[in-house]
Ligand binder design. Structure first.
Ligand code: CAA
Ligand code: NAD
Length: 289
């Protein structure tokens, strides 16, 4: 694997996990946030996750300390200039992502591979905006990154064979099972998952059942580890809304992809899920209250 140094942009829910698993894979990591408060919070989250893995005897204390030592936080995009791979995990907004990759093109060495952790947007469009479409790939990790075994490796038409192979090798080095996905909205998993989450919300809007009963139905009836409303809170209602809004714009006549009114209302009220302490359920830190 050519990748020895990884840049991660965004140290939120997904970025902190991607930085952590990269460091646990033995790679040097630079993680960039937009402000010091968010950076401190993200680095603290990595520390807490490693402590938890030590407590559960999944990782040894010395290995956890070494992994933490491999991660450098920064507010400067320029510090990612010599990275072999940059993985973007910022807000789910295509224009903001495109602008970021354009800027990165002027900062990173020509060989740097650009990857996006986007849930729903076109890797090809980001590649075109970046000015290096052959070196752009999707690396879609799942939440919580430290525990979920899958990574979708998304190939846009211009993505080179070498870049796709490197991205896949990176995912494997991080302990994930890669699946290849085409550059279509939602790739494999979210194309199935997100309409299901939206339909669960519409079921509540119609008064068919409560969130708690729907969750019980899907956990006990289908064996899912979480029902759709716990999962919505876990993913973030803002992120789910961004995904649906992007798709609704592209496919306005597809009823499955329209954002439910209740989802908009929750986001407007700042009830974003676990990260704000309330979404469809109330949360006490990481656990349901
Ligand atoms: N790092 C380290 N440890 C962690 C952790 C993390 N990030 N997150 C949880 N843990 C720990 C917990 O603290 C817990 O430890 P304790 O038992 O000491 O409390 C342990 O791992 C197990 O956690 P849970 O008690 O919550 O147990 P669980 O068996 O329910 O497993 C889960 C948790 C793996 C998250 C499981 O509930 C699950 O698979 N849920 C579904 C998640 C899912 O569907 N994710 C995909 C979301 S969609 C997506 O990501 C794509 C997108 O683009 C939106
Ligand atoms: P989040 O809001 O938890 O984190 C995003 C972070 O990016 C924030 O901390 C923010 O301060 C930071 N940020 C914004 N602009 C930045 C910039 N220019 N430079 C550096 N940092 C910047 O969001 P998240 O849930 O981690 O989602 C990140 C990406 O991952 C999105 O594209 C989302 O669709 C995707 N994703 C999310 C999930 C999920 O379950 N939430 C799962 C898979 C993929």
């Amino acid at each position: 694997m050519v990748v020895k140094k990884v840049g991660v942009i965004g140290c939120g829910l997904m970025g902190h996990g991607i930085a952590q698993i990269s460091a646990q894979a033995g790679l040097a990591v630079v993680v960039r946030e937009s402000d010091q408060g968010a950076l401190d919070k993200g680095l603290q989250r990595i520390k807490r996750s490693l402590d938890k893995l030590v407590e559960k005897e999944k990782v040894s204390r010395p290995d956890a300390d070494v992994a933490l030592g491999r991660i450098k936080g920064t507010l400067r995009l320029e510090d990612l200039g010599d990275c072999d791979l940059v993985v973007e995990a910022i807000i789910e907004n295509l224009d903001v992502k495109k602008q970021l990759f354009k800027e990165l093109n002027g900062i990173c060495k020509p060989a740097t591979i650009f990857a996006s952790n986007t849930s729903s947007f076109s890797i090809g469009e980001m590649g075109a905006a970046s000015g290096r479409p052959q070196r752009m790939v999707g690396l879609h990790f799942f939440n919580p990154v430290q525990l979920m075994k899958l990574v979708e490796v998304v190939r846009a038409k211009p993505t080179s064979d070498e870049v796709f192979a490197e991205a896949k090798a990176f995912g494997e080095a991080c302990g994930k099972v890669p699946v290849a996905a085409a550059d279509t909205p939602g790739f494999v998993v979210n194309r199935l998952l997100v309409p299901y989450l939206a339909e669960a919300i519409r079921m509540v809007e119609r008064g068919d059942a409560t969130p708690a009963d729907i969750d019980t139905g899907m956990t006990l009836g289908c064996g899912y580890p979480m029902g759709p409303f716990t999962l919505l809170d876990y993913v973030g209602l803002d992120t789910t809304l961004f995904i649906l809004e992007g798709w609704a714009k592209a496919e306005p006549s597809n009823a499955l992809l329209q954002p439910p009114k209740l989802l908009r209302e929750k986001v407007k009220a700042g009830k974003l899920g676990r990260k704000t302490g309330e979404g469809f359920f109330k949360w006490d830190g990481d656990k349901r209250a």
